[in-house]
Design a binder for this molecule. Structure first.
Ligand code: FES
Length: 147
């Protein structure tokens, strides 16, 4: 099995490794086939656009207990996702990550599932928490008006 130069670079020197304390969203996925696990943590920022405001991935980190391909794809994922809007980040696919690494050996393609899925879960987690916060705020405002 031969890995590309980029896979080896990201495996031997992975970027954005670690945990974000008080992350805005966390995604955890496991690979049932091999038992490997990965966590992705995101911090979401807001920036002004011509049309108003957009949310983007301000910071992202990962922890992966997995094979060389899982670590390299996680590292590449963080590089690809950082600075992207949430909408763009949701579209990042397993194939995008594998392509950015100049490909993965076919037997290792399943390892790239972890990274994309964990990011999507972290964004879902952020959006779920945001909805809960908005509902709580609305309920509090209603209570205050009723007092
Ligand atoms: S062998 Fe488990 S993610 Fe690669």
């Amino acid at each position: 099995m031969k890995y590309s130069k980029k896979v080896i670079e990201h495996f031997t020197n992975p970027k954005n490794v670690g945990e974000i304390k008080n992350a805005d969203g966390t995604g955890k996925v496991g690979n049932p086939v091999c038992g490997d696990i990965m966590w992705v943590y995101i911090k979401v920022g807001k920036r002004k656009t011509k049309k108003g405001e957009e949310e983007y991935i301000k910071d992202i980190k990962f922890q992966t207990m997995g094979c060389a391909a899982a670590i390299a794809t996680s590292s590449m994922l963080t590089e690809l996702a950082k600075g992207k809007t949430l909408k763009e980040a949701k579209k990042l696919s397993r194939k995008d990550i594998a392509d950015a690494l100049d490909g993965l050996p076919p037997i290792k393609m399943h390892c790239s599932n972890l990274a994309a899925d964990a990011l999507h879960k972290a964004i879902e987690d952020y959006e779920k928490k945001k909805k809960v916060r908005a509902k709580r705020r609305k309920d509090e405002n209603q209570t205050n008006t009723n007092l």
